[in-house]
Design a protein around this ligand. Structure first.
Ligand SMILES: Cc1cc2nc3c(=O)[nH]c(=O)nc-3n(C[C@H](O)[C@H](O)[C@H](O)COP(=O)(O)OP(=O)(O)OC[C@H]3O[C@@H](n4cnc5c(N)ncnc54)[C@H](O)[C@@H]3O)c2cc1C
Length: 475
């Protein structure tokens, strides 16, 4: 019996595999494609995902292959400087192609011992009270305790579960590709700048070696969006919009994407769960989808591990749906709003001017950045300290940095009083007695995903919160 089968080896699936391996689970990723994709969709990581990489000791790998950009301008492309106070040690966007993110997360998962089987498509599943049976395209049957569908927007797992995916269908489609051009760079840049005055979605950005990433609105939504466009189709659209086709040729790859916006009705049916694009899709404005999926996996991994290991308290796994679905609903809403703000109609343009004026207020600017970067998320853990339910930013301690102590994916009590104890939970929760000038609470109990489960100084209060997240004490 495998502990967890993960259908889909995209960023969400491999992130989850790594998280499960931290807890020693047998995690098997089934990926239908025989080779990693060359198509680059996401172009970067936002602050919360950068923090997640830091919390797992992966930051240096990502920083080494990415480029740091200023954080302003993520909301509907409205350019504003970064607010002075941003509650993160990583106030930048990390530009890094999705293909590299996937490679780094895959390497991390396999180094930890996850098994990744390529060329394996999941086509069927059934479940009973003890486990899930997954059927592969070649007829193989596999059995696991849990199965997670990380198989993207057209999720087979979601369809097999019969989970509804309500929302809006694609009304607009864009063609995207990496191609070579013959037009000189300065001339091309001038044309693009002019076209973007009236076509916000249009773009052609240099990637080096004469290769450009080109995006142009399609004439209509294709009947089958799984079929990539031809070079000629892209050429025609670029010509129609820009008045020149830049001499595009020699495509590295071509793809298309739409603005469909949908949210799964449920994230869990029995022993089968959904994460990443399988649970939510939306247009790429603000660059949030991959980030959202990685953070789904970060939320789910330790909870699933707790279930399999047998120490999960009542309701822990259910909290995956109750915490993460509202976060996705909020991302869907902010992308809907951003789509409106990029319309060239007079009404939305007037609203855009107004939003731009409002963003001159530091608090408004910060609020929108905290939304898009996901550092503003607060899960509903009930009444309590203002940190409760929020993730704690990385803070400096006397003996180093907080996130450096979280690589193992365990709970952590950061105790500035030296009087507290996690006896009974020491196998699941680390007790760190240290002080930080950046933390004005005597002690904070952090879940493995870095969210604050309790803040205070009273041992009895702590004892009443530990079982809620970490189960019963052991002697
Ligand atoms: C043009 C564009 C730009 C974007 N830019 C950004 C950005 O800047 N920032 C950002 O955060 N997000 C961005 N996104 C969104 C981001 O690409 C997705 O949200 C992300 O890829 C979702 O990851 P995932 O692992 O959930 O799903 P996917 O990446 O779709 O991975 C799913 C995997 O499952 C596999 N699979 C499917 N069916 C099966 C099956 N039956 N059995 C086995 N395997 C299966 C697939 O082959 C695939 O490898 C962008 C998207 C587009 C289209």
């Amino acid at each position: 019996m495998i502990d967890v089968i993960i259908a889909g080896g995209g960023p969400t699936g491999v992130m989850l595999a790594g998280e499960l391996r931290l807890h020693g689970l047998h995690a098997l990723v089934l990926e239908k494609e025989a080779e990693p994709t060359r198509i680059v969709r996401a172009l970067g990581l936002h602050a919360r995902s950068i923090e997640v990489m830091d919390q797992r000791g992966l930051l240096d790998r990502f920083l080494g292959l990415g480029r740091q950009y200023p954080v302003g301008g993520s909301f509907a492309g409205i350019a504003k400087p970064r607010p002075d106070r941003l509650d993160t040690a990583h106030p930048y966007i990390l530009g890094i192609p999705q293909t590299i993110t996937e490679r780094l997360l895959t390497e991390h998962a396999t180094e930890l011992g996850a098994e990744i089987r390529r060329g394996c498509e999941l086509v069927g599943l059934s479940q009973d009270k003890d486990g899930v049976t997954a059927e592969l395209a070649d007829g193989t049957q596999l059995r696991s305790r849990y199965l997670v569908g990380c198989d993207g927007g057209r999720s087979t797992v979601r369809r097999l579960l019969g989970v509804g995916f309500p929302g809006e269908p694609a009304r607009v489609e864009w063609l995207l590709g990496e191609v070579e051009v013959t037009m000189p760079p300065e001339e091309l840049a001038a044309v693009v700048a002019e076209v973007r005055e009236t076509h916000k979605g249009f773009g052609a950005g240099p990637l080096g070696d004469g290769v450009y990433r080109v995006v142009a609105r399609a004439e209509e939504v294709a009947e089958d969006r799984t079929v990539p466009p031809t070079l000629d189709e892209l050429k025609q659209r670029v010509l129609a919009i820009a008045g020149t086709d830049f001499g595009v040729h020699s495509p590295r790859w071509l793809s298309r994407f739409g603005d469909a916006t949908r949210l799964a009705e449920r994230y869990q049916v029995g022993r089968v769960l959904l994460a990443g694009d399988a649970a939510h899709i939306h247009p790429p404005l603000g660059g949030q989808g991959l980030n959202l999926g990685i953070q789904d996996a970060f939320n789910l991994g330790w909870k699933l591990a707790a279930e399999v290991d047998g120490w999960a308290p009542e309701g822990l796994l259910d909290s995956y749906h109750t915490e993460r679905r509202p976060v996705a609903a909020d991302v869907l809403d902010n992308t809907r709003a951003q789509v409106e703000l990029t319309s060239l109609e007079p009404g939305p343009q007037a609203v855009r001017r107004l939003v731009s004026e409002l963003m001159e207020f530091e608090d408004v600017n910060r609020y929108l950045i905290e939304k898009v970067t996901a550092i503003g998320i607060r899960y509903d853990f009930g009444e309590g300290h203002e940190l409760l339910g929020r993730r704690l930013r990385d803070v400096g301690l006397k003996r180093g940095r907080l996130y450096a102590l979280m690589h193992g994916g365990r709970g952590l009590l950061l105790d500035q009083t030296g009087r507290l104890s996690v006896a009974g939970w020491a196998d699941r929760v680390d007790h760190v007695v240290d002080v930080s000038e950046e933390l004005d609470v005597p002690a904070a109990l952090l879940r493995p995903d870095g969210h604050v489960a309790w803040a205070g100084e009273d041992q009895q209060e702590l004892l009443s919160h530990l079982p809620k997240w970490f189960g019963a004490p052991v002697n």
